[in-house]
Ligand binder design. Structure first.
Ligand code: HEC
Length: 185
């Protein structure tokens, strides 16, 4: 192809190290996309701020409202029994102990004396030592501190059995990890 056959494209009026830049037209698909996003952005702005479309703050509020609330029963609560009755039931405490040995002993020690996790047999609690607070600690965990949330894993009934077991060893003061948290009667 000789020089004369080439389509004449304007050259931009500068040069760097002998390299010149052609001044091509932008590809039509690019121009189209640009026009589309600009128009879409303008309409969307109008929709959200002018025509009462959903605000981010409202969407956040709705999402939060549909999350399980603290204290609400985690998965599998359908057939679960009353926590207060289980606290006094030797059967529940025994099942809780088995679940404790299987899931909790590595972090809280075989007798609850503490290891990575706090001593569960002293009177000191980081998140409250009443049975309902213990239930919440187990069900929801303290994920950012390394305590997993067991509600979704074990189900409500097992969490209640574990609460019964922990409540039964609470205050037995097994020598182990130094107290953490605040003292409770
Ligand atoms: C991977 C380690 C780990 C495992 C496994 C674990 N925990 Fe924990 N647990 C922790 C840590 C760490 C904390 C302390 C959280 C904090 O600092 O707020 C904790 C806190 C707790 C608390 C609150 C204690 C307080 O002082 O308020 C309870 C109750 C508890 N765990 C029960 C259990 C039970 C029951 C299981 C088994 C189903 C279990 N944990 C399994 C690490 C673990």
């Amino acid at each position: 192809m000789s020089q004369n056959d080439q389509v004449q494209v304007p050259v931009r009026p500068f040069e760097a190290d002998g390299i010149k830049e052609l001044d091509n037209n932008l590809p039509s698909w690019w121009v189209g996309l640009f026009a589309f996003t600009t128009i879409f952005g303008a309409l969307y702005l109008l929709y959200v701020h002018g025509l009462g479309g959903p605000k981010i703050a409202d969407e956040f509020k709705n999402d939060m409202a549909s999350m399980p609330q603290p204290g609400s029963a985690p998965n599998g609560s359908g057939d679960s029994k009353d926590l207060n009755a289980m606290l006094a039931s030797q059967d529940s405490i025994a099942s809780g102990k088995a679940a404790y040995t299987a899931n909790c002993a590595p972090c809280h020690g075989p007798s609850g004396e503490g290891n990575i996790g706090p001593n569960l047999t002293d009177k000191f609690w980081l998140h409250g030592g009443s049975s309902d607070k213990i239930y919440l600690s187990i069900a929801n965990g303290v994920v950012e501190k390394g305590m997993p949330a067991w509600g979704p894993v074990l189900g409500d009934n097992k969490v209640k059995e574990l609460t019964a077991f922990i409540s039964s060893i609470k205050g037995t003061n097994v020598a182990g990890k130094a107290p953490q948290g605040t003292e409770e009667p």
